[in-house]
Ligand binder design. Structure first.
Ligand SMILES: *Cc1c(COP(=O)(O)O)cnc(C)c1O
Length: 371
């Protein structure tokens, strides 16, 4: 049986040569590749500073630390996201306050965010879910009016644009991630971007055991971490970044192939993309109507060799969040959407035949489930 897998990184001979070159150089950490990768990301995104770290999660943690968010603070965040967005808030002892999402884009709903603001709210942590930018004008206007900090978890959205500006330019700081299923990969890795000199300086120190730029190796100014990116990862990232436009175009092509076919199916809705954004496709997520049993449908697709994933499982329902006694609040859209969304296999080099195969498996599964 044919098997279609969820994701696949695109690694070419140049990527391999770039990593081998680092290995031959003998300089495996704290070297020129990470610095060059930072400058190239900063230039690509259009910001002053980029700080390479060991993961997207580490990037979010450092931003929360650098902004001085801590115990007693509330941070408004979606529950319809990856756990790392919420965990960064918990790592610094602050309280995540979940806000609901929009029916179409699955991003934070600015109206609902407004309802969750209290005297303890310090920040909004917005997520460009699946590579679709948040309604930045509305979020930034709210933040301005209430004096809130803004963090952009852009870990799924490298290259996405909102009204002609790249994500990463919005808020106090933004984060990117380079796990193998993201738009570009370093294996494990992440990046903080910011226009704020102080945030950049503190993040550089915190990722490197709290050392200061001018201090000695055994002088620690802050309680820091080892969140550095190694040179092999950085070299791979640089090599991948050279092909980012080609990657985004290929992903757009695969998304278009899917959408063309899926719009014709009953019971299934393709992703909704607003006209004033440029999507940077991370995953391709469809939404089922409420009468379809998602688990049955996913099983039926798996039986045909097609991997799928229920994307996302809301964070307020995860066992560790419940054990912490954090209130899920009232999140009707999140609850409804999360039971009906499925990520289909999606990567740069999916062939039209593979897309066709997945859509046929989906069609068969829908028919089987509807009965
Ligand atoms: C991938 C991702 C991250 C970071 O993930 P790492 O695996 O730590 O690199 C953070 N937030 C979101 C929304 C993500 O999708």
């Amino acid at each position: 049986m044919k098997v279609v897998s969820m994701s696949a990184p695109e690694i070419d001979e140049q990527d391999i040569a770039a990593v081998v070159e680092v290995l031959r150089s003998g300089r495996l950490a704290l070297g020129p590749a990470a610095e060059a990768f930072e400058s190239e990301i900063a230039e690509y995104v259009g910001v002053r500073h980029a700080i390479a770290v060991s993961s997207g999660t580490a990037a979010l943690h450092l931003v929360a630390r650098a902004l001085g968010i801590g115990p007693g603070d509330e941070v408004i965040v979606p529950s319809f996201t990856f756990a790392a967005s919420v965990n960064a808030i918990l790592y610094v002892g602050a309280k995540p306050v979940f806000a609901d999402i929009e029916e179409d884009t699955y991003n934070l709903d600015p109206q609902d965010v407004k309802r969750r603001i209290t005297s303890r709210t310090r920040a909004i942590l917005a997520v460009d879910v699946f590579g679709h930018p948040v309604e930045w004008d509305e979020i930034l206007t709210l933040a301005d009016r209430y004096g809130l900090l803004v963090i952009d978890d852009a870990c799924e959205a490298l290259g996405a644009e909102y009204r002609g500006r790249k994500v990463g330019q919005f808020g106090s700081a933004a984060t990117f991630a380079f796990y193998p299923n993201k738009q570009i990969t370093t294996g494990e890795g992440g990046m903080i971007v910011t226009n704020d000199d102080r945030i950049a300086r503190v993040c550089r120190s915190l990722r490197n055991q709290g050392r200061s730029e001018d201090g000695s190796w055994l002088f620690h100014r802050h309680l820091g971490y080892n969140y550095r990116m190694d040179e092999m990862s950085a070299a791979l990232g640089r090599s991948q970044l050279r092909r980012i436009e080609s990657f985004l175009e290929k992903r757009q092509r695969v998304a278009d192939l899917y959408t063309e076919r899926i719009v014709r199916l009953p019971f299934v809705r393709p992703p909704v993309i607003r006209s004033h954004v440029r999507m940077s496709w991370f995953v391709y997520v469809i939404t089922l109507t409420a009468d379809i049993d998602r688990n049955k449908l996913m099983k039926c697709m798996a039986a045909q060799g097609v991997q799928t994933r229920g994307y996302f499982e809301p964070i307020h329902k995860q066992p560790y969040i419940r054990e912490l006694g954090i209130d899920g609040g009232d999140l009707p859209v999140t609850e409804s959407v999360a039971q009906r969304t499925i990520a289909l296999p999606f990567h740069n080099n999916m062939s039209a035949e593979d897309v066709e195969y997945v859509v046929e498996a989906l069609t068969t599964a829908v028919e089987a489930v509807v009965g």
